[in-house]
Each structure stands twice: as C-alpha cells, then as structure tokens.
Ligand binder design. Structure first.
Ligand SMILES: *Cc1c(COP(=O)(O)O)cnc(C)c1O
Length: 425
C-alpha cells in the first residue's frame, strides 16, 4: 500500500490525540482519505514516512519563505539552543528582532512578541478596546484571526472547512460584540457602523484574505475602510499573520499603501518556530502593560530559540528583498500553467492570486468574498487534491486555503506541477 506507514501512524495518533492531529485542517476531512505523516523536509520538498517526495505548496502554512530547513535559520536555532532554551528574563535578541521588524514595516514604532497568530489577534483586540474604551469589533465573513472566542463567528480556514464557523463554546455574551460584514462590501460596513455609532473599537481584516482562498480587496473597499475608521475614531487592525513579510518587507500595508492602526504578525516572523506579534504607533502601544493598563503576558513570549529563528529569517529577507519578486514570478508561472490546462480541459475554474498567495476555485463566478468562495465544487476539488498528492504534489487539503510558495521551488518543479494537473484531469 502506498501510504502504509502514514496510515499506521495516523491510527495510533487517533488513540491519543483528538482526530489524530493538533490542528484540524491536517486531518484531510474535507478531502477524504488519511493524512500523510512527514519524516523530514529540505528546500522545496517534503518526505513522508513511506519514502515519497512531495513538492510543498503550503510551506508550513506560510512561514517558510525560503523553503524547509533553510541553513541560516537552522544554524541560528542550533547555536542558540546550546546556550539555554528559555529564561523568563529579558534577552538582547528580543530587541534585535523588534528593531529589525520596526525598521522593515511602515508605520509601527513598537512591537510585542507572543507565541502564535491567535495570541497576536486576541491581544490586539484587547488593546484596541482598552485604547478606545469601546467594546464592539467588526470582522469579515470568511476571515480567520485565530481560534480565540471573539473571532469564531463566521470564521474562515479550518473553521469553515469543518462546517463550524460558529463554534460551540463561544458564549452569547462574546458573540454579541463581534459584528459581521462581507469582504469587499463597504456599504455593508458603513451601515453596521451607523447602526452602532460610538460603540465600535476596531475593524479587523486580513488586508489580502487567505483563509477563504486568496481574496483580493478592491481599492475602493480597503481605502474606504481606512477613511471610515479615521472619521469614526475606530482602529483599523490589519491581520498580517499571513501577508506580513510575505507580500513585501512591509507586508500588505506597504503593497496597498495603507497605514493600519495595529498590525498583527505570525508565520514568517517566526521563521518556522512559534512566534506571533502585534505592533503599532508608540502612542497606542503605551497602553500595554507594564507601560499602561491593558494586560498581556506570556511565559515563553520572546523565547530565545523562536527569536533566533525569526531574526535569521527577517535578516535574510532584509538582505535579499528580491525574494519577493522571485517568488511572485514563480507563483504567476504556476497560475498561468494551471489556468491553461484547466481551460484546455474545459474545467470551470477561477484562480485568485496576489504576490506569492494563490488559490484555485472550481466555480463559475469571480471569487470576491466568502459567499462566492463557498460556491466551489468540492468533488472536483477532492479529485484534484488526491490526484496531485499521488503524483508528489502537496497542496492545501482544503478548498478554503491559499497556497504559499517558497523560493526553493524551481521552475522545473512548477512545470512538473502543471504536468500533474494535466494528468489528474
Ligand atoms: C494563521 C493565521 C492566524 C492564526 O495564527 P496561529 O499561529 O495559527 O494561531 C491568524 N490570522 C491569519 C490571517 C492567519 O492566516
């Protein structure tokens, strides 16, 4: 059997871990079948426990911009580990990473490190509420901001993959403070703001959405949000956990030419180790403990190994910013290749792409928000996913996730991928 060892490992995992996984999308529920177990990875390639090689299009869901086991990152972590793994006492490297991030990202003066994107978004909303003295937030259907209670209202990513965008366990009390709008619908947001005048602390958004496929904001929409927030004294929160240090040095703020009020990071900023962060102008960050009254803390926050990986990653990016152009061109090459094959085969599809984020949707109409993304044909998607997997191409195991390319992927890999699409259909 092709996946014998993975299958045995999955059976064993299910005895001790709910669903056999520590994050739901990994379980392959949306595509059927069983997950592969990974033994190791290098550059563009994953190797599973049964000895198969895969070209990896998820890059650990974003962090690995240069590919797996990138030498400078591995070296930094190994060297750091020899000097101790955690102290709970300040270290110099936290300031080094903070300084570099503040230099690279527009419009932020200070940054606080946490351990995940979830923590970053949760803490950013608390800060926004503490700063404005207001309770309500607006989020967009299909956007994912981690799994904390306030965001599990029509959430994207795994939440929607598993049909539970509104999770049991989230209280009515929490849910009532999260107002829901549709992506790319500025009038809808205006109406919500009007109906809740003076009560809204923040609008939180993925400035380029990546958790309902890749969805691009219209200029009018994203600039309109900025104007509206400024007029109404609402903070604009950019969740750049996915886009930060992936679309550009300065993330979506730089690419879209918009200043957000608080920006959240994760994924790339940790170089493959668990790091999240949120950042803002000094005046806003001054409200955070111990400088201000809004409490936020973490035993392992600013952990030296995580900081070493993050610093090595951002240093690489800072030294070779051409990585963004390179990876964007590769993504474009893939986009064009797949589009050509699907068109030739007469398969109804839409492909959305922004920088090194891309998603393939098996539907008729343009995908501009959650409702249009949800119209994709899941049977075609399953066939596509498994057809590619069997040919050594690892795609996100859900139609609601974007692909994340890494720069270790070669043009030869891309052409092999396009050939695999042709074989699949
Ligand atoms: C991945 C992601 C998160 C959550 O980050 P975790 O590290 O998984 O907690 C939040 N927001 C966005 C946009 C993400 O893509």
């Amino acid at each position: 059997m092709r996946y014998e060892r993975s299958s045995a490992l999955f059976a064993e995992a299910q005895k001790y871990i709910p669903g056999g996984v520590n994050s739901p999308v990994r379980a392959f529920k949306a595509v059927g079948g069983e997950p592969i177990f990974i033994k190791g990875a290098k550059g563009a390639y994953l190797y599973d426990e049964d000895g198969h090689q895969y070209i990896d299009y998820i890059s650990s869901w974003g962090p690995l911009l240069f590919g797996h086991a990138h030498e400078p990152v591995i070296k930094a972590v190994v060297e750091k580990a020899k000097k101790g793994t955690s102290f709970g006492i300040p270290t110099e490297i936290e300031t080094e990473l903070a300084k570099l991030a503040v230099k690279m990202v527009p419009n932020i003066d200070k940054i606080r490190f946490v351990n995940s994107g979830t923590e970053a978004c949760m803490s950013a909303v608390r800060l926004a509420r503490g700063y404005t003295g207001k309770d309500k937030i607006i989020k967009f259907a299909g956007c994912y901001h981690g799994h904390s209670d306030a965001f599990l209202i029509q959430a994207g990513s795994g939440a929607v993959t598993f049909g539970s965008p509104n999770s049991p366990g989230v209280t009515q009390g929490t849910a009532k403070d999260t107002l829901l709008a549709n992506y790319n619908d500025l009038d809808g947001v205006r109406a919500l703001v009007k109906a809740n005048q003076g009560k809204i602390a923040a609008i939180i958004i993925e400035p380029v959405a990546g958790n309902m496929g890749c969805i691009i904001p219209t200029k009018e929409f994203i600039h309109g949000l900025r104007e509206l927030c400024t007029q109404e004294g609402i903070l604009l929160l950019f969740d750049e956990v996915m886009t930060g240090f992936r679309l550009a040095k300065g993330g979506a703020q730089e690419v879209l030419g918009i200043d957000a009020d608080i920006v959240m990071f994760g994924k790339v900023i940790g170089g493959g180790l668990p790091v999240g962060a949120f950042a803002a102008r000094a005046e806003i960050m001054a409200h955070l403990a111990p400088e201000g009254p809004v409490y936020q803390a973490g035993t392992l926050s600013g952990n030296p190994l995580a900081m070493a990986a993050g610093l090595a990653m951002l240093t690489e990016i800072d030294k070779q910013p051409e990585v963004f152009e390179s990876i964007t061109k590769k993504t474009e090459h893939l986009h064009n290749g797949i589009a050509k094959v699907l068109t030739e085969k007469g398969i109804v599809h839409q492909i959305n792409r922004f920088g090194s984020m891309v998603s393939v949707h098996f539907c008729e109409d343009p995908v501009v928000d959650f409702a249009s993304s949800a119209k994709g044909n899941n049977d075609t998607f399953k066939k596509y996913f498994h057809g590619m997997l069997d040919q050594g191409i690892y795609l996100p195991p859900s139609a609601f996730e974007s692909y994340f390319l890494n720069d270790a992927i070669s043009y030869d890999d891309l052409d092999r991928t396009v050939a695999a699409v042709k074989n699949t259909f």
